[in-house]
Write a protein that binds this ligand. Sequence first.
Ligand code: UD1
Length: 378
Amino acid sequence: MEWLQLACVVGARPNFMKMAPLLRALDRHPQVRTTLVHTGQHYDAALSEVFFDELGMRRPDVSLEVGSGKHGQQTARILERFEAVLEAGPVGGGRFDRVIVVGDVNSTLAATLAAVKLGIPVAHVEAGLRSFDRSMPEEINRIVTDSLSDMLLVSEPTGVANLRREGHSPDRIQLVGNVMIDTLRWLLPKAQARDTLVRSGLSARQYGVVTLHRPGNVDDGETLARLLEVLADVSNELPLAFPVHPRTRQRIEQFGLSERLSSVGMIELPPLGYLDFLALTSQARVIVTDSGGLQEESTALGIPCLTARPNTERPVTVDEGTSTLVGSDPLVLRHYLRQVLDGRYKQGRCPDYWDGHAAERIAAALVGESSVEARHAA
Ligand code: UD1
């Protein structure tokens, strides 16, 4: 049998929950061989290793160990090291037929660039999302990755429209649904069976969850101070669990804002593993976040989500789901928190194809599209 050799790339925390179900789905196709490559963009155990265990994902076959750095540095290191991996080819010989990248982190962009320069086609999972805000590093990553990929696997209808508008051929675009929600649906019962709430002294629906890590919110001292002030104030009425991202932790210390986390209702936590975090979010009254993934997860869970960003590349979470864009204006945040606490907040619905089966659709597309004949004809 001639194998279909796929190099699957992960690098940062939000990549793992997207790649795990995809690897499982690909394993069910006997003609497929996957090589899992971890760039090492995230390397702390709390941001990386714990996910491999909890998501039942095998250890990476190749680790590039690039670590943190400026964007150019980090991207360049991945480019150089991943190019060498692609040139070496899969273990056992042959050549990679395709590279699979997910999401919009620096690893996604760098791996794509390395692959296409070697003539290896790329499939991008979560293609087409656009915030139309080029000050976000992720927007640049999305635009470049999509422009270089020849299989564009999309999670929500706006992604299809964006790609069509940019001139991508319709036969390269496929609406497959949200693969991260596959992981959520699979692990929700296991997460909720944990004693996460009890350990933090919380009761279901009697607390909120906060995450903040976007440069736009945490890298400016005044913006961060104002957000933390509103949250500290709200926490007097509703306890807030706040797992603090390493980047945010550094900024809080740098700007001397640690005391804003010390109000009684603020429950400061380290970055959590997938199961503890899902246990927290799925039983919360409200979520305040600037994370892309969490906007989608809260919509899938039906939990109100106040998104601390001026825009979103995932508008379905606002138009159909439970999210509202509140920017970084404390008054707007306070207004919507009040609505939630008074039971007046909108309900929302789960978007189409966020049904727990996106990975199967992606695997089928990969196997069909990259059949041996198609590869040789290309
Ligand atoms: C990256 C992604 C972002 C994603 C986020 C999820 C890019 C451009 N950004 O942002 O889209 O939402 O991951 O977490 O790819 N650090 C650690 N330990 C680690 C990794 C990082 O302490 O394991 C610290 C380092 O000081 C590092 C900083 O966090 O400089 C930022 O890490 P980086 O990977 O550059 O970006 P994130 O903010 O994590």
